[in-house]
Write a new protein. Structure first.
Ligand code: UDP
Length: 239
């Protein structure tokens, strides 16, 4: 499969048309942004790690019955995915309070929830991805009731699968962001990426952050953390 026209360039990825109408090629970059693009930088090797990690996790989800956009990895940075129209919702699943949840509600980071909590943001960069509820999502015609129900069920199931997988790697899955897309027949599938850019991953023993918070919060050791989380995943799969 070949990259044809560049369809879209985002903060961390480029998306290309291919000779097949229903297939796209995603190319992962090392560019990193935070705070809605206010902070910019490079995390050397991140594109390779995010590509490979996302693909392995999506394959694992597929094996567990979750439909995803993953088709095939082409090389270190490029992957063939199914073409979807993205549902303009950022779906965040949280197991432990952190980040914007802790800030907004004054809850100490690290507070463990009794059950996972889901929240939705309107995926709209110029508005800064505002938090919204499901009535808002319906008023804005972002998704139907049935689609929202499907997305919720899938997000919770994905959380269960990923939480136990990361636990086996000695990693606590704190929270993560998902995006879903519609195939041409309307089927909802998981899209975008699952990576240290989109998940909070803490070492289960030490609590060390092994994710993009090291970049967001200038904690140092950013590249090392990405390499370490990838190493955990690879060594799990080799066992
Ligand atoms: N997240 C993301 N993209 C966003 C916002 C959040 O991938 O635009 C991820 C983030 O990495 C974290 C989870 O979603 O794993 C929850 O993020 P939060 O709402 O706490 O926002 P943040 O503190 O990152 O601004």
């Amino acid at each position: 499969m070949k990259k044809l026209k560049l369809l879209y360039e985002g903060k961390a990825k480029k998306v290309y048309q291919t000779e097949m109408a229903q297939r796209l090629i995603v190319e992962y970059k090392d560019d990193a942004t935070a705070f809605n693009g206010l902070k910019k930088g490079t995390i050397v090797g991140k594109g390779i790690i995010n590509n490979k990690m996302s693909n392995r996790l999506m394959q694992r989800l597929e094996d567990a019955g979750i439909p995803t956009h993953f088709v095939t990895e082409l090389n270190d940075r490029e992957t063939v995915v199914q073409r979807v129209s993205i549902v303009p919702l950022e779906v965040i699943v949280r197991n432990i309070a952190a980040g914007s949840f802790s800030m907004r509600y004054g809850v100490e980071e690290g507070t463990v929830f009794e059950q996972p909590t889901i929240e939705f943001s309107y995926k709209n960069d110029s508005l800064g991805d505002p938090l919204l509820n499901m009535d808002h999502a319906k008023a804005l015609k972002l998704a139907t009731d049935a689609e929202i129900a499907t997305i919720r069920t899938m997000a919770l199931r994905i959380n269960e699968i990923l939480k136990s997988f990361w636990a086996e790697c000695g990693v606590t899955l704190v929270d993560f962001k998902l995006e879903f897309g519609r195939l041409s027949d309307g089927t909802i599938i998981l899209a975008d990426e699952i990576s240290p850019d989109t998940c909070r991953l803490w070492d289960a023993k030490t609590g060390d952050k092994l994710d993009k918070d090291r970049f967001r919060r200038d904690l140092g050791g950013v590249e090392d953390a990405y390499a370490e989380i990838m190493r955990r995943l690879v060594s799990h799969d080799e066992k």
